[in-house]
Design a protein around this ligand. Sequence first.
Ligand code: ADP
Length: 304
Amino acid sequence: RIVSVGSVNLDHSLRVPAIAKPGETVLADSARAGTGGKSFNQAAAARLLGGEVELVAMTGDDDAARTVRTDLRDLGIVSDRVLVCRDEPTGSAFISVDATGENAIVVVPGANARLTATDEVSAAVVEADVVLLALEVPLDTVTTCARHAAASGAKVVLNLSPYRAVPDELLRDCFVVIVNRHELAQLCRDVPDGWAETAAALDRAGIRRAIVTLGAQGSVLFEAGEHTRVPAVRVNAVDTTGSGDAFAGAVGYGLARGLDLLAATRLASGAGALAATRPGARASYPTMAQLGDFLEELEAEERG
Ligand code: ADP
């Protein structure tokens, strides 16, 4: 089983001609609302690929929470430990996507800020084969879940996003850490000059394995002091919102299926790319059948 512990939001996605600059007002071409949040998205990505998935999260007691529950039920994600907070609304996010597919996001944490690592939450992670974690809930919750997961032999996949400094102990408890290039720069306090330097910097940070995602440039896997470039699948990107989450969820799914990290990363490249070809986050995630066709393309590209 894959257990994703963390955030769930109601996303308000706005298509805009250009992202508003300070002091500017822009008119949106369209607006849509749907369930999101990094941990929900990662759970959905793993579930759509065929994984057995549980989401552990906290919502408010409001209409947004009811939308979340309906979506979880429709997806077949276990939601017994999606807890309800009476004093905070369900988290929300306001996402502007411009004509080039670039995005700007404001998140209101709401009930996510109240998710704590209670015994109930810890019990979920020790039952898991793979635990997906991201940083939209209190750091203490993430650290405690990672500790319990690692102690019980579960593989912890940590997406260091949105970036914040984390204790070394948390990094040591991770099987793999996933960062994009901005998060890498913050993690290493500077962008290292080359991938060999990055490998050394990650090693100094106490990270055993890492994947750096590079958008349309694919990703780089770091393991045992070595680095391997994994190419992106070439696609016509219309909205990269949630590509990183599709990628992380697919890595978790691959590991739960018993794939090695390189094979899981290749699978995730396909999932991330496909997610960029359609608007929205979760609405754009592929099933295993859709991804299968895509991965054949990836192989053909590597051969060519
Ligand atoms: P984040 O959304 O967290 O910043 P990235 O933009 O690096 O993450 O995207 C995560 C992964 O999704 C990439 O490593 C890549 O595999 C895939 N991906 C994202 N954007 C594209 C794109 N334009 N074309 C192909 N693959 C993409």
